[in-house]
Design a protein around this ligand. Sequence first.
Ligand code: FES
Length: 201
Amino acid sequence: MVWLHTTRDRASHAFADEVDELIASLPHATAHYVYTADGPRLSAASLAALRLPADAAVYMCGPDSFMVGMREALVANGFDPASIHSELFGARPRINPGAVGAPEEAHPHVPDGAPGTGPAVTFSRSGLTAHWSPRFTSLLEFAEACDVPTRYSCRSGVCHICVTEVVSGTADYTQEPLEEPPAGSVLVCSAVPRTELVLDL
Ligand code: FES
């Protein structure tokens, strides 16, 4: 059994210690971790270097765009498409009142216009990292400019519909919420990044 995991860095590596422990407890298991902060992303070439057995069954989980790329890379390495199974770890459905008629299936992308020079903001479910720019008034507005699916209603720190888990990093409120959201989360309609940020969006 080969366990292959890619993420930004060890800090954003979900259940890293638990996986290490489980892999160590299995007699013929190996793990490979690819941290994109340290080097290139997974590709057909880097998969080839791992010398994975091409007759193996593959179980993939991740954002849609990631899995499309990995499927192509695996097939290029001789894997049978029928043996590649996937489960979408995708963005949550939008809740955007008043956004009737907006294109439904836009893919996340860095905002149009000049790239930002602020802290990197990663939308982990959407598989996108972009640099913050102060031309946006909130993380919600920034996510919208990236076509990252969002949830909101009041846009003023009252309804808590935009509450989002902070995987890592710190945000500052530009308008204080009526009530603080649970620890480890942020109201993206009312906050901007203070440091590099990874959001569960
Ligand atoms: S949208 Fe209502 S609190 Fe953010």
